[in-house]
Ligand binder design. Structure first.
Ligand code: UDP
Ligand code: MG
Length: 336
């Protein structure tokens, strides 16, 4: 009898773990770079060393220049000229970290793709552990931060709060204390490439995809050199992107506010009726009116703001512009 013709969003090729242990794998490492001139030579050195130590692996390193204004493009061009494993993709302007990673993924030809920051906060040596997990059958091996050195108390506290809040609100379980440092099987990469959204929260999107995912605990280092490219305003925007992409609970704020206001109003009405009808201590009470108006106006503006956040994202998604534009590519292009 013929096989039923089942169409799946992502074709799942049955691949036994033993298959993975036998084959020589091609590994693509994607490194987003924005003004990283101070670290790039060292990043290339440490990444190369880590990749050379891997057993039965061909590798390529894809640096994505996200519209840097320093010597990053010059350094990337020289690295691509000197090392045949290096490819450099130059975006036409700064599109942001998550989009730069997306561009790198689109250019990656490997059986597995590793995402790693340029600043050596994610130790390249951990890639070996991730690859072992993949060979043992995992489709995603994501780095989970055991410790984080070199970050401000403020950043640590807000990140902790954010991931707990996201966990409460999101319908998808997004692992806590993870960044984008991870290794993904080709199937997961192809699934990700089918997700066209502009406001990207890649760690959440990978969680949404499913497949088998395992954490690899690691200690996050301080930046090797240079300064963070995520100032507070950008971090906040990224957090709102994550929340709005994975939860519509904030949209329901209006309903909750309305419900609580109605309950409070009911008590107020009863109080007003009782004092008007049964006592002779009826005072105009402007303070209560004033507070109620201020509270309601605040609540309404907040709700409108929340709706605006979602609406704004809808508008940019609806335009359907390309996620990024490439101005140039340096280095050998692998064909898949
Ligand atoms: N990055 C990027 N485009 C941006 C901002 C950052 O490609 O607009 C890159 C940056 O070069 C680094 C990674 O994203 O490789 C993470 O940025 P950063 O280390 O500054 O963030 P932090 O670790 O401080 O959160
Ligand atoms: Mg960093």
């Amino acid at each position: 009898m013929a096989e039923p013709n089942v169409t799946q969003a992502v074709p799942r090729v049955a691949r036994e773990p033993s298959d993975r242990t036998r084959q020589t794998v091609t590994i693509s490492v994607v490194v987003p770079c924005f003004n990283e001139q101070e670290v790039l030579h060292e990043t290339h050195r440490q990444l190369s060393a880590a990749l050379e130590s891997l057993d039965r692996c061909n590798c390529e390193i894809i640096f994505v220049d996200d519209g840097s204004r320093d010597a990053t493009p010059v350094i990337l061009r020289s690295l691509a000229a000197a090392d045949p494993r290096v490819k450099a993709v130059f975006l036409s302007r700064n599109f942001g970290h998550q989009i730069a990673v997306t561009a790198g993924i689109d250019f990656a030809a490997g059986d597995v793709v590793v995402l790693i920051d340029a600043d050596l906060q994610d130790p390249p040596a951990v890639i070996a552990e991730m690859l072992d997990a993949w060979r043992a059958g995992a489709d995603v091996a994501y780095g989970q931060r055991r410790t984080r050195s070199g970050e401000s108390t403020f950043k640590l506290a807000t990140a902790k709060l954010f991931y707990r809040l996201l966990d409460r609100l999101s319908e998808v379980r997004i692992p806590m204390d993870t960044g984008d440092f991870r290794l993904m099987d080709r199937q997961v990469v192809e699934a990700l490439r089918k997700m066209p959204e502009r406001h990207r929260f890649i760690r959440g999107m990978v969680a949404w995809v499913g497949f088998s995912q395992v954490p690899i605990p690691y200690d996050r280092e301080s930046r090797f050199a240079g300064t963070t490219k995520y100032p507070f305003a950008r971090m906040l925007r990224f957090a709102v992107d994550g929340l709005t992409a994975f939860s519509v609970v904030p949209l329901r704020l209006a309903t909750w506010f309305g419900f609580s206001a109605a309950c409070i109003a009911l008590v107020g009405i009863l109080y007003a009726l009782v004092s008007r009808l049964l006592t002779d201590q009826w005072v105009p009470g402007w303070a209560a009116t004033f507070i109620a108006i201020l509270f309601m106006a605040g609540a309404q503006l907040l709700c409108i703001g929340v709706i605006g956040e979602y609406l704004g994202r809808l508008v940019t998604e609806a335009k359907g512009r390309p996620l990024y534009l490439v101005s140039q590519v340096a280095g050998r292009t692998r064909e898949r």
